[in-house]
Write a protein that binds this ligand. Structure first.
Ligand SMILES: [Zn+2]
Length: 378
């Protein structure tokens, strides 16, 4: 358990100190733009910031409010991600969002909206874009909007200019590994495997090491990769199904919390707002499932990279040292070209998932493609 919500943000002392001071002095602004490279911890910091604003104890990290914000199901904290192929759907996503901002908080004194990939904001109907700008400039007093983007320049100037900028620095991989070891007491090879699984996102690597079910899913993915060359078509389909079941297992807690929220709200929710709640729950589940599937793809990707490294004799820095046996077997036969074809199968799966293809189908297709390379690795 974190001693305080801010503890989840690792290696970003300046940004944390700026935000934390603002909360303690009750001087938070209505709009922020967090900028920094992927993996720097912007989303984690935005969640911690939300905890600090909503919690009675400035983000104690231990109360029910902090817990629900961290798990992603506090009714007064929304994380919004682009749902269209090319970005946000300004009419379908932003209009409901603006309506939602204007509803008073459900149980806290504040509401926090975290808009991920804000660099993709802006296309779509001019009316919706203008309405969003107006809301961003002058949201209701209880609302804070936090936009996340890789850089200041990637965001439309009309949007960026309405926000306070908070910068997140890039953390070198070797330093990231040290920070994870410091935080968790894990062995460095486990820290490296966790960072590889979570795309180098420190906070998620720390969570990963603390989650038996996610480590179990990783083990499953690695053993599928190891056995792929000897599987038949049926085995591959069964493995994909079991893998997805393992990915979905940790989402049961979220489903339970959602069912509880529906029950509590049933008395005062009528028609439209009940549907809105269902839509929000469905979005949260889809987004969490996608995140978990992407983690599994990251594991496959890092294992294939390791095989490539081993085949080239540069195996000091393999990310999955515990799977070395299988990798050495593959490493002796795989060519760099074949490894690249297998890696492309992973990025194809990632793309399909971002286009809302059923995750199971995307994973099945990926496993068949990798199998072809591993059985005939030239
Ligand atoms: Zn708290």
């Amino acid at each position: 358990m974190n001693r305080c919500a801010w503890d989840s943000v690792i290696g970003q002392e300046q940004a944390v100190s700026y935000l934390r001071t603002a909360v303690v002095r009750r001087e938070t602004s209505h709009a922020y733009l967090f900028v920094g490279p992927p993996g720097a911890g912007k989303k984690t910091a935005a969640r911690a910031f939300a905890c600090a604003m909503l919690c009675d104890d400035d983000g104690c990290g231990a109360c029910g409010t902090c817990y629900r914000v961290r798990m992603g199901y506090h009714p007064d904290v929304r994380i919004v991600e682009p749902e269209g192929v090319n970005g946000f759907l300004m009419d379908e996503q932003m209009r409901p969002l603006i309506r939602d901002i204007n509803l008073t908080p459900a149980e806290s004194s504040h509401k926090v909206y975290i808009i991920d990939q804000a660099d993709l904001l802006g296309s779509g109907s001019e009316n919706a874009a203008n309405a969003f700008l107006k809301t961003l400039e002058e949201p209701p007093a209880y609302a804070t909007i936090v936009l996340l983007a890789p850089s200041y320049d990637s965001v439309l100037p009309t949007i960026a200019s309405r926000c306070h900028i908070v910068r997140f620095r890039r953390i070198a991989p070797s330093h990231a590994e040290k920070l994870v070891v410091q935080r968790t007491g894990a062995r460095s090879e486990d820290a490296r495997a966790a960072l590889a699984a979570t795309g180098g996102v420190l906070a998620r690597a720390v969570e990963f090491l603390g989650s038996a079910s996610r480590r179990d899913t990783r083990g499953r993915m690695l053993s599928i990769l190891k056995d792929l060359p000897v599987m038949d078509g049926h085995d591959v389909l069964v493995s994909a199904r079991e893998l997805l079941a393992s990915v979905r297992a940790p989402l049961e807690e979220l489903k339970g919390a959602q069912a509880e929220e529906v029950e509590v709200a049933a008395d005062f929710l009528r028609g439209g707002s009940g549907t809105a709640l269902q839509t929000r729950h469905k979005r949260e589940l889809t987004s969490r499932e996608r995140e978990a599937v992407l983690e599994v793809l990251g594991i496959a990707e890092s294992w294939l990279r390791d095989c490539l490294a081993v085949s080239q004799g540069v195996d000091e820095a393999v990310a999955n040292a515990d799977a070395r046996d299988a990798m050495e077997e593959v490493g002796t036969v795989i060519t760099p070209r074949a490894a690249l074809v297998a890696l492309k199968a992973v990025s194809d799966a990632r793309r399909r998932i971002s286009y809302n293809v059923n995750p199971q189908l995307a994973v099945e297709a990926m496993l068949f493609d990798i199998q072809e390379v591993l059985t005939c690795p030239r």
